[in-house]
Write a protein that binds this ligand. Sequence first.
Ligand code: SF4
Ligand code: SF4
Length: 170
Amino acid sequence: MTSAIRTLWLTFLHLFHKAETIQYPEQQPYLSPRYRGRIVLTRDPDGEERCVSCYLCAAVCPVDCISLQKTAEPDKWTPEHFRINFSRCIFCGFCEEACPTSAIQLIPDFEMSEFSRQNLVYEKENLLIAGTGKVPDYNFYRVAGVNAFGKDKGKALNESEPVDPRGLLP
Ligand code: SF4
Ligand code: SF4
């Protein structure tokens, strides 16, 4: 009995609350920047592809909906093809967490409905965007301790010169 009265009271109080209903799609809902929606591949601040085809996103994906193939270029790894099957994706964000280069990102966009399941298979040209996404300043090759594009080991941002282990001998 008490719970019924309480329910009626709460319902009555909601008569004086502002309605949360919005007129979608004319009125767009606010989505937090952390919202896990459509997945994109981003570029670094120099406009180069961030993805280095390390396969970590594909390995961590619990539903196995990412597939990619590294190019044969010897000096730089980029994906020859990169495919995500959004009909299987559960938008968990594991791929974004695993990516060392911040290439793959989930963005606040949920408008992906399709009548044909096949249209939910996105290829690299559908995924790769022109901008940096949520991480505007990060360039993997500038901070990674690997030789790349004329940068030797020890020359990365905030990186110390390599230590000669023989110099540490007593
Ligand atoms: S969000 Fe989750 S399910 Fe979707 S591609 Fe990334 S790891 Fe796979
Ligand atoms: S998107 Fe990131 S995790 Fe996936 S292959 Fe490219 S660099 Fe690796």
